[in-house]
Design a protein around this ligand. Sequence first.
Ligand SMILES: Cc1ncc(COP(=O)(O)O)c(C=O)c1O
Length: 310
Amino acid sequence: MEPYAFFSKKLVPLSEAKIGIMTHAFNYGTACFEGIRGNWNTDEEQIYLFRTKDHYQRLLNNCRILKISIPYTIDELCQLTVELVEKNGYREDIYVRPIAYKSSHVVGVRLHDLEDDFLIFVTPFGDYLDVTKGIRCGVSSWRRIDDTMIPPRAKITGLYVNSALAKTEAMENGFDEAIMLTHDGHVSEGSGENIFLVMGGKLVTPPSSDNILMGITRDTVIKLASWELGIETIERQIDRSELYTAEECFLTGTAAHVTPVREIDHRKVGNGEVGGITKKLQDLYFDVVRGRSKKYLDWCTPAYTKRVKA
Ligand SMILES: Cc1ncc(COP(=O)(O)O)c(C=O)c1O
C-alpha cells in the first residue's frame, strides 16, 4: 500500500507531498520538528504512540521561538497523527515526523512576514543504535551550539547541521555516536540523544542550561528511575573527565530509546558491559513504550481502532 502524509492540510499519497525549491525552510533551515515513536505491540497487534501530547506541546512552544503559527491545537495534532498512522497501517515500529515550517517561496533571511505550513510523514523505523550490546562514543571536536546562537531546545531543522557534523566525525573515527561539549567544555548531549551517567548509584545528567534538548525520553527515564527504582537524578554540570570514571553511561532519545554506552574515547565504561541500572531502566522503558505496563498507559495512544491486515 502506498504510504500517506499529511501535507497542505490534507492526507495525500507521500509521492504527492512535495515542497518547491524556493521554500524558505529548505533554503534557511527555518522549521522546527518533532520525532514521535510508534511502538508495535505484537500481542495486541497495535501501535502505541508514545507521549504524543508532550511532543506537540514542545512543538508549539518551539513554534513561538521561530514565530511559526499553525492552526491546530494539541488535541487536533494528536488526532491528525492517529489518523495518519492508521491510514498507513504499518505493523512494525514507526517514526512520526511532524514539521512546522516557513513555507513562503521567497529569498531573504528573516522570520517575520512569511507564511507557515505544517506537515507530518511516517516511516518504518527499527533500532537507531545498538540497544542490546551498547555503543562506543567519542567526544566530538564540534561544540554544541549555544542558546544565544540557535536555541538547541527548539529542535530547529537548521540546527541539526551541528549534530550531523558531530555524528559523521564520530563515525568516520570508528565510533557509533558523538558526545558534544558546550562552548565552555561541559558535557552537553549526543547528536540526537540526551546523556546520563550513573555515579554512586545515582543518575547524573546535564541541566537544560547546558544547551541540551529537553528530551521526553530523558523525562521518562528520570520519572521511571524515581517512581519504580527509587533512584534519584541529579541535574548538574558534568566535566569531560567524569565520562571516564562513571560506573555506567547511557543515552536516551525517541530514536535511541535507552542505549547503553560501553566505551567512551577508547576507555571502557565500568567493566565495558551493559550496566545493571541501565538494564533495569531499559527493561522498564520498553514495557512502558510498548503499552505493556498498565500503570503508564496514559503515555501511550493506540493508533488502530480496527485490526490491521498482516
Ligand atoms: C539533539 C537531541 N537531543 C536529545 C534528543 C532526545 O529527545 P527526545 O527524548 O524528546 O526524543 C533528541 C531527539 O529528538 C535530539 O535530537
